[in-house]
Design a binder for this molecule. Structure first.
Ligand code: AMP
Length: 186
């Protein structure tokens, strides 16, 4: 399992430079949560293209057929990486948004539950897929998305994030045969 993207481009200085682009919002969306606001990184063209380039460079080795992105922030990063790799993009959406027949996965949040869906014919059996979201926290969302992809026949070869909240140990919830990569760990 890979701890972090080990691009030679990602020096300590680059890590600090990128971390300085992310804004911390205390007590959002509820008291006690420090929300990592990536909009401040995304609006910086140099920083945005840097994170895309580092992830794309890392994922080249996997010869994946698709990038799957989790709504909503996985839709900002995933399609750009897919485009750079010259492969297709598969959306994993919140409940009730996809128009064709879907497979669902419900998962626990801190309070209550949430549900993600994928089209039942989203991938060919055994297709190599890389799953993308902006941030790994407890891992519940990524695990649900991984289960969905597996249910519809995908071979998930890697799961990638810009930010990982390492103290929440989300990566330990992912199946041990799946690579988990992140650029910035807190
Ligand atoms: P989790 O299922 O706990 O891993 O949460 C991951 C999802 O929630 C991702 O889609 C993130 O965008 C979002 N998220 C969770 N915690 C945070 C946080 N502290 N800052 C920003 N986004 C978060």
């Amino acid at each position: 399992m890979v701890e972090q993207v080990t691009s030679p481009l990602l020096t300590k200085e680059k890590t600090e430079w990128l971390k300085a682009k992310i804004r911390d919002i205390p007590d959002f969306p509820k008291p006690g949560i420090v929300f990592k606001d990536l909009t401040t990184l995304l609006k910086d063209g140099e920083a945005f293209s840097y994170v895309i380039d580092v992830l794309t460079e890392h994922f080249k080795q996997h010869n994946a057929a698709y990038i799957a992105g989790i709504e909503a922030r996985g839709f900002i990063l995933g399609p750009v990486i897919a485009h750079k790799l010259g492969i297709g993009f598969i959306p994993i959406r919140k409940s009730g948004k996809l128009p064709y027949r879907v497979v669902k996965e419900t998962y626990d949040l801190e309070y209550g539950t949430d549900c993600v869906e994928i089209h039942e014919d989203a991938v060919e059996e055994g297709a190599r897929v890389i799953l993308i979201d902006d941030l790994l926290a407890t891992g519940g969302t990524a695990l649900a998305a991984h289960k969905l992809l597996t249910k519809v026949g995908a071979n998930v070869v890697s799961v990638g994030f810009v930010v990982e909240l390492g103290f929440l140990n989300g990566r330990n919830r992912m199946p041990s045969n799946v690579e988990v990569v992140s650029i910035l760990t807190y």
